[in-house]
Ligand binder design. Structure first.
Ligand code: NAP
Length: 308
């Protein structure tokens, strides 16, 4: 029987692990399909306090893992299929053939990249369609590529891709970026980045090897259509929270984010807490996810003390 199972190993999960481990609760972390979370797919993190020179996302996550393990947190590489709570108050966490038992659970599963929903999307992933510039950017040297989106992620991806690509088209559905001013200015000042304003991608076009060769564009102001030759499309249009496996025990908002008790990380099921991007559609920052991980750990600790 575990005291605390933490599902997810992003900033929220590792912070919850550091706190619960230091409280002698020997937490078990379940890593999911992307150990280290979203920051493992990013480049430099410039806004996490304590790193004036910035730190690479994967390095930061490795440091968090090391810190959690140092205090006794254990990590199991497993994807949770479902959670239930029995009449005796114990949670059952199903991972494949195995079912784990725990007195409390902290859900810190984050969010996954959103896609446009094109019919040939699944087949194209890895063949010219991706949401991770750090993972795939280097495969597209001296060729034109496109980034879809207008937020911080799109600007960051576009700036990073200029290291490799001959040209980076930044395709956005409006004529103004949503990104923070510093990221937007940096992207728009880069001579290799060409914004394509007021435009939506209506089709991914492939060559005879089923690799991406172009996108079909629709101008959302005048309705005109055109084609843009690109060898890779990097989609950066936001995220979908990873919350489907926990249905029943929590309430979700209309976009699938877990609803917490106002001002707390607790959910409608006592002993079940949610932290980070799976519950936060508003801030979605590494530092706020870490803060929520800390809060969830403290709440779990108090819940256990009250129920011992
Ligand atoms: P985001 O801020 O939600 O931006 C998503 C972008 O995609 C928006 O420009 C949106 O257009 C566009 N979009 C959404 N759905 C679309 C669709 N169906 N078709 C076409 N375009 C669509 O997401 P994000 O850029 O991933 O950022 C998420 C959070 O992480 C933000 O809080 C951001 O500040 C943070 N972040 C920070 C950093 C950093 O500071 N280093 C880096 C990356 C992300 P509209 O603008 O028209 O809505």
């Amino acid at each position: 029987m575990e005291n605390v199972i933490i599902i997810g190993t992003g900033c929220a999960g590792y912070t919850a692990a550091i706190y619960t481990a230091r409280a002698n609760l020997t937490p078990l972390l379940l890593s999911g399909t992307q150990p280290g979370g979203q920051l493992t797919t990013t480049t430099e993190v410039e806004n996490f306090p304590g790193f004036p020179e910035g730190i690479m996302g994967p390095d930061m996550m490795m440091a968090m893992q090391k810190q959690a393990e140092k205090f006794g947190a254990r990590i199991q590489y497993a994807t949770v299929e479902s959670i239930s709570k029995e009449d005796d108050g114990i949670f059952k966490v199903k991972i494949g053939e195995e079912t784990l038992e725990s007195k409390t659970v902290i859900i810190a599963t984050g969010a996954a990249p959103r896609h446009l929903g094109m019919p040939n999307e699944k087949e194209l992933i890895g063949h010219g369609l991706t949401s991770c510039a750090t993972c795939d950017g280097a495969f597209y040297r001296d060729v034109p590529v496109a980034v879809i989106g207008g937020g911080d992620s799109a600007c960051e991806e576009a700036s990073f891709l200029t290291r490799f690509a001959s040209k980076v088209y930044l395709i956005h559905r409006r004529d103004e970026l949503r990104a923070s001013k510093i990221m937007a200015d940096r992207a728009l000042a880069n001579p290799k980045i060409e914004p394509v304003w007021n435009s939506g991608v209506t089709e991914y076009l492939t060559d005879d090897k089923s690799e991406m060769r172009a996108v079909k564009l629709k101008n959302l102001v005048d309705g005109s259509e055109s084609e843009l030759d690109v060898e890779c499309v990097f989609v950066a249009i936001g995220h979908v929270p990873n919350s489907s496996f926990v249905s029943g025990l929590v309430d979700l908002d209309e976009n699938g984010y877990i609803l917490q008790t106002p001002g707390r990380t607790s959910t409608k099921t006592s002993g079940l807490f949610a932290a980070g991007d799976v519950a936060d559609h508003f801030y979605r920052q590494a530092i706020t996810a870490a803060g929520q991980g800390c809060a969830a750990a403290l709440e779990a600790e108090r819940y256990l003390a009250d129920h011992e």
